[in-house]
Write a protein that binds this ligand. Structure first.
Ligand SMILES: Nc1ncnc2c1ncn2[C@@H]1O[C@H](COP(=O)(O)OP(=O)(O)OP(=O)(O)O)[C@@H](O)[C@H]1O
Ligand SMILES: Nc1nc2c(ncn2[C@@H]2O[C@H](COP(=O)(O)O)[C@@H](O)[C@H]2O)c(=O)[nH]1
Length: 187
């Protein structure tokens, strides 16, 4: 049965880097979240997120379109149930990047089909990486503020991976995905 891989963990721990790289390599489908968060300079509409206004998000939520919704800071985030179901219907494995509330909801909905991978790094390393990435000061601040509570969630996840050396992390996560059933690209 095709799986739902959920990349979760502390913001800035390298989830996007790892998930998208292996997603491409292994042919996994990315389920893109919807958000009311304004676009950042590095965002492209429909790539990291579908950026929508608050009224449109709330309307979709009222219509029951979301599998899960989270309010983080001043912004709403959610994954649409139809996006997940359509992707799973292709027979391919899918992945998404969620905070712990979203990860829990997906686990509740999909049970053994859902595999949560928790990525983390120590706080000073996280801060250094985020600053090097050039994120605005207030974004870095908000990530660091949430760090401690986010990191506690690792105990509930199926896999916990410290993302120190990128190459080693990619190898470790790849082996987890393959063992869980992800095919190699082209197969
Ligand atoms: N092992 C690593 N060594 C050094 N830098 C890394 C490593 N993994 C990721 N990075 C860098 O750290 C920064 C944060 O990574 P990334 O954006 O993938 O994290 P994220 O958890 O997806 O963040 P966000 O919460 O913003 O979605 C990026 O600049 C990325 O290139
Ligand atoms: N529960 C959900 N969490 C989500 C979703 N989409 C993204 N996220 C997580 O939100 C924070 C903030 O992200 P940022 O890109 O605005 O800094 C981060 O932990 C994401 O993984 C979602 O649909 N549901």
């Amino acid at each position: 049965m095709n799986k739902v891989f959920v990349f979760t963990g502390a913001s800035g721990s390298g989830r996007k880097t790892i998930a998208h790289r292996l997603g491409r390599e292994l042919g996994l489908l990315h389920i893109v979240s919807y958000t009311t968060r304004p676009m950042r300079p590095t965002d492209e509409q429909g790539r990291e997120y579908h950026h929508v206004d608050r009224a449109a998000f709330i309307e979709a939520d009222r219509n029951g379109e979301f599998l899960q919704v989270a309010e983080i800071g001043d912004h709403l985030y959610g994954i649409k149930r139809k996006d997940v179901e359509d992707a799973l219907a292709t027979g391919r494995h899918v992945y998404m990047l969620l905070n712990r509330y979203g990860a829990n909801k997906v686990k509740f909905e999909y049970g053994d089909r859902a595999v949560r991978l928790f990525l983390y790094v120590d706080k000073p390393t996280l801060q250094a990486r985020l600053e090097a990435k050039g994120l605005p000061f207030e974004v870095v601040e908000s990530y660091l503020r949430r760090y401690t509570e986010e990191v506690l969630y690792r105990k509930e996840c199926e896999f916990t991976i410290e993302n120190r050396d990128l190459h080693e992390t990619l190898e470790r996560v790849k082996s987890i995905l393959l063992e869980a059933g992800a095919p190699t690209a082209g197969k």
